[in-house]
Design a protein around this ligand. Structure first.
Ligand SMILES: Cc1ncc(COP(=O)(O)O)c(C=O)c1O
Length: 439
């Protein structure tokens, strides 16, 4: 059994996180329930930040809030002194509501609207990561209207795709994001951006993938980017103040995953950037990174109540829980794998192998296949580990299932940070037929 962060088994044989009995939390707040281990989030954040500090390298570690965006989470990020990456007006609004310093917000996205860019300029956020030519001209127009010079990074696709242990070099990357580094798009984009008085071009950005367990992809991406910077230095006299190498640092979902430490990623990145900078004879730029999953993924645990069971003789035991693809769509979307225990009987011997089904009307709504468990009964609590990233943030109301509550735990205390949706919340935006209203 593998426990993340402060998770442990207490004297009652219950799962405890942050010094709080998970069974008590389930009873107080209901299930499904997302529980976040705040100390672990802090530890992960500090590991990235402190590695840069240790090496004396100017950096921004920007939490990719798409992984889990709520007011309390953004406030925690602020407490830890990180920056914030947002990808929509909604994420930006959440950040502003949380009182996050606008100058440390970076705005991403492949189709930012006029209104979203307008909002970003109004609030004078730190930087906009420009993704395409449409955005470049829209932002130029808006910057002129506002009479401002906008700090931008250009997002480039370096032709490297990295996932877990594999990275793929693709000549022409087939991606909806960014300016292609190989086919002339990026050259055209930088020329346009540098020629415009509306922009301060801070540098370049790339993001090569997710759940990456090795450093080769980042090193290759840095090499490709600096090769281009070398060309642009000659051609335009361009020297970047910032190189942003994105997120994608891997975490341990199951025993099959063996991630490396934050410091290993960061040190390799620093080494490569230093090497490239020395070759080009340019000053060291700030290095920015954007971890999402690796800050919150293993800090999150979802607690479900177990309900019905179905046996398919000689094939499978289905054990159903009171959530599913509505609170964690990753297994259905990516065949993502998770580990789980009975939170109220952690030390009981495993007696059977079951498959955990969600309650949504979709055969594909399966959370875990072939999970060894003690004989689970209705009323037991199932704790699914490592659901902190892209769980709540991708939650939905399929089958009109209300989204669960979120609780932060730290030093023996629990704090509700997102309330459970009610049935009334579900119909709040519905507009009844006129005929029914007038009657
Ligand atoms: C541009 C960008 N930055 C950062 C991230 C965060 O990735 P991860 O959560 O895998 O660290 C993503 C994820 O999609 C992304 O697209």
């Amino acid at each position: 059994m593998y426990f993340h962060g402060t998770s442990r088994v207490n004297e009652k044989g219950h799962l405890e996180i942050g010094g709080v009995d998970v069974v008590d939390l389930a009873q107080e707040y209901g299930t499904p329930l997302y529980i976040y281990d705040v100390a672990l989030i802090r530890e992960r954040a500090r590991a990235f930040k402190q590695t840069f500090e240790k090496h004396g390298v100017k950096a921004q570690v920007a939490y990719a809030s798409k992984a889990f965006s709520t007011v309390a989470m953004v406030q925690l990020v602020e407490e830890e002194g990180l920056s914030l990456d947002v990808v929509s007006g909604g994420e930006l609004y959440t950040a502003l509501k949380a009182g996050f310093p606008p100058e440390r917000i970076h705005f991403h996205g492949n189709n930012k609207s006029y209104e979203e860019l307008e909002m970003a300029l109004q609030h004078e956020i730190g930087c906009i990561v420009v993704d395409n030519f449409y955005e470049l001209s829209l932002l130029e127009q808006l910057s002129k209207q506002h009479g401002v010079t906008t700090s931008v990074l250009l997002r480039v696709t370096p032709g490297i795709e990295a996932h877990t242990h594999d990275y793929i070099l693709t000549g022409q990357e087939d991606s909806k994001f960014g300016f292609d580094l190989n086919n002339g798009q990026a050259d055209e984009a930088i020329e346009k951006a540098l020629a415009s008085s509306s922009f301060k071009v801070l540098g370049l950005h790339c993001h090569i993938g997710s759940q990456i367990f090795e450093t080769t992809g980042f090193v290759l991406a840095a090499r490709k980017i600096f090769k281009k910077i070398g060309d642009w230095k000659e051609k335009f006299g361009f020297v970047p103040e910032v190189v942003n190498l994105g997120g994608g640092f891997g975490i341990r979902y199951t025993s099959e995953d063996d991630p490396i430490s934050a410091s290993m990623y960061v040190e390799q990145i620093i080494d490569e950037v230093k090497k490239q900078v020395a070759e080009l004879g340019i000053p060291m730029p700030e290095i920015w990174i954007e971890p999402g999953r690796s800050l919150v993924g293993d800090a999150g645990t979802t607690i479900y109540s177990i309900g019905s069971r179905k046996e398919v003789p000689n094939v499978r035991q289905y054990v159903a829980v009171d959530g599913g693809m509505s609170d964690n769509i990753r297994p259905a979307l990516y065949e993502a794998k998770y580990e789980a225990v009975l939170a109220n009987r952690v030390l009981d011997e495993n007696e059977e192998v079951v498959s955990i089904a969600g309650k949504c009307c979709e055969s594909g709504d399966m959370l875990i296949w072939d999970l060894p468990l003690p004989k689970a009964q209705a009323g037991d609590y199932l704790a699914v580990f490592c659901t902190g990233a892209y769980g709540y943030s991708m939650a939905n109301n399929y089958n009109r299932i209300p989204r669960p509550a979120v609780v932060f735990v730290e030093n023996g205390e629990a704090q509700l940070v997102v309330k459970r949706e009610t049935y009334e919340d579900l119909v709040r935006l519905d507009v009844p037929l006129k005929a029914k209203v007038n009657k």
